[in-house]
Design a protein around this ligand. Structure first.
Ligand SMILES: [Zn+2]
Length: 176
């Protein structure tokens, strides 16, 4: 199993992690760039928080367990955050229009539709919404599409972090 960091021009080979697919290579982030992405995301969240005193997060995820865990972790960091949830693509689009979230956590595999297509649609109308893809499937085609349309991409196999988004790790490790 080979993992190649796909952060712009990095190309570092890292980890000895079980493959998430039958592909020989996956394209996640090396520990350094994973850490960088988490820090950047956290600082964006902190900026929104400082600016408005409250921000709105939409969690698009069909797993109830995953949504609960993500909510709990977010609340620990930002107690009065507004958290909205959607279980499928249609509900996600409705909630985007109804609540105008600042930040969206987006699963890729949804019962109705695909998180990458959804991200594309949402970004076309609301380019300022921050979209973070969270997936258990670290596939090159997911990562490429994420880089094209979303702001962040985190996958199950990535390095750990003491950061707020240690949540990413803990959540994804329980979502199978
Ligand atoms: Zn790297």
């Amino acid at each position: 199993m080979i993992r190649v960091c796909c952060y712009k021009g990095c190309g570092v080979v890292y980890g000895e992690i079980e493959p998430l697919s039958d592909k020989k290579e996956t394209h996640g982030l090396c520990p350094k760039h994973y850490e960088m992405s988490l820090k950047k995301l956290k600082s964006e969240m902190q900026n929104l928080w400082d600016k408005t005193g409250a921000f709105k997060v939409l969690v698009v995820e069909d797993s109830t367990l995953f949504r609960q865990l993500l909510k709990e972790k977010l609340r620990e960091q930002f107690p009065s955050i507004g958290i909205y949830e959607a279980r499928d693509g249609e509900e996600a689009l409705q909630k985007v229009e109804a609540f105008r979230p600042d930040l969206i956590f987006m699963d890729i595999r949804l019962p109705e539709g695909n998180g990458l297509d959804l991200t594309k649609k949402i970004k076309a109308v609301h380019p300022n919404m921050i979209v973070t893809i969270l997936t258990a499937y670290d596939l090159p085609e997911y990562r490429e599409a994420s880089q094209q349309y979303a702001d962040y991409f985190f996958s199950k196999g990535s390095a750990t972090s003491e950061n707020i988004l240690t949540l990413v790790q803990s959540i994804l490790s329980t979502s199978g």
